[in-house]
Design a protein around this ligand. Structure first.
Ligand SMILES: CC(C)(COP(=O)(O)OP(=O)(O)OC[C@H]1O[C@@H](n2cnc3c(N)ncnc32)[C@H](O)[C@@H]1OP(=O)(O)O)[C@@H](O)C(=O)NCCC(=O)NCCS
Length: 171
């Protein structure tokens, strides 16, 4: 797709990211919280830019060999085009390159569509945090992707990346 690129999130993207979060989450980080997040160690945040507009973002926190997916959101008008998957592919690859051996995240129990996005990447449900989310109240499902650096996990991630590229080429 013409005009589509991924880059590291920087201060100039904060307002657009907050605007995406405002229509994606019940709670958002403020600009000050984003500035300190971007300056903190172990964090990696990426954005998808389509024709000069930020349309999706995702981020991770790496602690030793564990990668925690902290944020993923795509603007509602740009969902279903592979942006979240593409960001997660890049973040998982970057995590492996920095020594991550496993990745984890929490997702709303009711949010089946998001479970599918994570499931395709190899994340599996591993536990529940009751009442973790508010507005509306929901349990969190804790998901893990173990053996992140295994050849099986790498092949799965590579296949998804190829699939996204071929869908984009056809779009
Ligand atoms: C969850 C969320 C980030 C997904 O974003 P997205 O960019 O729409 O996700 P993707 O496009 O990668 O995947 C969604 C679907 O599009 C499909 N798709 C369409 N075109 C595609 C393409 N070109 N390449 C790859 N997948 C494509 C995927 O296969 C997937 O299909 P599915 O519905 O059968 O699972 C988005 O819905 C969102 O922002 N939700 C609100 C915030 C939130 O809940 N975040 C998660 C917190 S845990």
């Amino acid at each position: 797709m013409t005009g589509l690129r991924i880059e590291a999130m920087a201060g100039r993207h904060i307002d657009a990211v907050i605007a995406i979060d405002a229509v994606s989450y019940s709670h958002q980080w403020s600009a000050a919280m984003w500035r300190s997040e971007l300056a903190a160690s172990g964090r990696r945040h990426m954005v998808v830019i389509d024709d000069d507009s930020v349309v999706a973002h995702a981020g991770t926190l790496q602690q030793l060999d564990e990668l925690h997916v902290t944020t993923v959101a795509t603007h509602p008008g740009h969902r279903g085009r592979g942006h979240a998957t593409r960001l997660l592919v890049d973040l998982l690859r970057a995590g492996v390159a920095s020594g991550a051996e496993a990745a984890t995240l929490e997702v709303r129990a009711a949010d089946r569509a998001t479970h599918r996005v994570y499931g395709r990447l190899g994340f599996s449900p591993a536990g529940i945090r009751p009442g973790y989310y508010s507005a509306p109240t929901d349990d969190a499902v804790i998901m893990w992707l173990h053996d992140l650096s295994s050849s099986e996990a790498q092949s799965r991630i590579d296949r998804l990346a190829t699939d996204i590229e071929s869908r984009e080429a056809r779009a």
